[in-house]
Design a protein around this ligand. Structure first.
Ligand SMILES: Cc1cc2nc3c(=O)[nH]c(=O)nc-3n(C[C@H](O)[C@H](O)[C@H](O)COP(=O)(O)O)c2cc1C
Length: 400
């Protein structure tokens, strides 16, 4: 699926010769699944008709700030809010000057001032106009305000001169817009996320084991959400009845010791570690080689403490962004905060567990806690919850 699918893109057109190329840009964006609306300056409609853009987008073209019909719905604010991204192509020297000066004297400049969407500008003008210190100064001003300029390119100009001032081609601008959405949607591109999931099984004899009710659903949903954010994902999973999410590398293990060994090995090349597995705290001190026979009325099993995977990984790799899960039956937040400190974690996701809560359920409710922050996510489907948790993880990871 294209990164432009269902994205809301506002194309601004000002009064330059290159305006005819923008019809092709609009067509390319629509072909990729974007919803496109167009706002034109008064000068722009002298170069290309709004009807062309209306026919291409299937939407009316906005041109007038003081349009009484559009104003009933606060036209300029509505468009400024509607856009996920604004691209002005072509941007004339005059429009650049007006945006630099913070003007709001027509619909397009007012939208630029009223929007919180990323603003991109493709200048197009005669080479002398482009080189003029006034234009250069205005462009610098825009860049300082995080407005992104693309081009202009060098080459033959409509006025017969040759130099810098040509608008980038429609295909180049479409690729720039697509890349912008791709990077927004994939904040973990190039990063490796290591996740443990499911229960562990601690053998008593060849046919019996100690385990717990973890289904692995939360960890598998986290793996899928991390993959969707562009990460390379390795999932170390105890025995569960789930398929590995598409594109996720899975290592199957059984016992806590196996999970410990595999996790420490994989952590060397990870950027983020998320421990969702319900690891058995204890395992039988001795594993019988043969099935244990029922010989006496009472039978006791000696248990040894298992290695603490999360503690060992976060201490062995202090630069790794480590996230723990805490399933608690009481004093949820107090226990989670204790675990955050004790295990030197960057974040902890705490969830209440008990009868019909947490384990082996399709829904969950969690508290996401980190040093200086806390977000409560109310009960919802584990898949939805995983997307929200991963969004918080990626934001905190990228801010660190
Ligand atoms: C035929 C013609 C072509 C023009 N081409 C450009 C151009 O490519 N770039 C530019 O900055 N101005 C160009 N102008 C000047 C702008 O149209 C003029 O500055 C206008 O006020 C811009 O209005 P706007 O920025 O609101 O669209 C051209 C003018 C004419 C008459």
């Amino acid at each position: 699926m294209s990164d432009l699918n269902n994205k809301q893109i506002l194309i601004g057109i000002s009064g330059g010769i290159a305006a005819y190329k923008t019809a092709e840009l609009v067509r390319l964006l629509i072909k990729k699944g974007a919803n496109v609306r167009v706002c034109m300056t008064k000068a722009a409609v002298k170069f290309i008709t709004p009807l062309t853009l209306q026919a291409l987008t299937g939407n009316p073209v906005a041109t007038d700030l003081l349009d009484p019909e559009a104003e009933a719905a606060m036209g300029h604010i509505e468009l400024a809010r509607w856009a996920d991204l604004i691209m002005i192509a072509p941007a004339t020297a005059d429009l650049i000057a007006r945006i630099a000066g913070g003007h709001a004297d027509d619909l397009l400049t007012t939208i630029c001032l009223a929007t919180e969407a990323p603003l991109h500008i493709a200048p197009a003008m005669n080479r002398v106009m482009w080189d003029n210190p006034a234009t250069q100064e205005n462009c610098k001003n825009l860049q300082q305000r995080n407005i992104t300029l693309h081009g202009p390119a060098n080459g033959e100009q409509a006025c017969g001169e040759t130099g810098a001032g040509r608008m980038l081609e429609a295909l180049e601008l479409a690729k720039i817009i697509e890349a912008e959405f791709a990077s927004q949607a994939k904040p973990l591109a190039g990063k490796t996320v290591l996740i443990t999931a499911g229960p562990t099984r601690e053998a008593i004899d060849p046919v019996r084991f100690i385990s717990n009710r973890s289904s692995g659903k939360m960890g598998y949903a986290i793996a899928k959400a991390a993959k969707e954010l562009g990460a390379n994902v390795t999932l170390i999973s105890g025995p569960v009845a789930l398929e590995a999410p598409e594109g996720v590398h899975r290592e199957l293990v059984e016992s806590a010791k196996e999970m410990h060994r595999e996790t420490l090995k994989q952590a060397k090349s990870a950027d983020i570690f998320i421990a969702t597995a319900a690891v058995s705290d204890y395992s039988p001190a001795n594993v019988a080689n043969q099935k244990i026979k029922k010989t006496e009325d009472k039978f006791s099993l000696a248990l040894n403490y298992n290695p603490d995977i999360l503690f060992d990984v976060s201490h062995a790799f202090p630069d790794l962004f480590s996230v723990g899960f805490a399933a608690e039956t009481e004093d949820l937040i107090k226990h989670a905060q204790g675990k955050l400190k004790r295990k030197k974690l960057d974040m902890i996701v705490a969830n209440p567990v008990g009868k019909d809560q947490g384990f082996d359920q399709d829904t969950n409710q969690v508290e996401v806690i980190w040093q200086g922050g806390h977000i409560s996510l109310p009960e919802k489907d584990k898949a939805e919850l995983a997307v929200e948790i991963m969004s918080i993880v990626s934001q905190q990871f990228n801010d660190k």
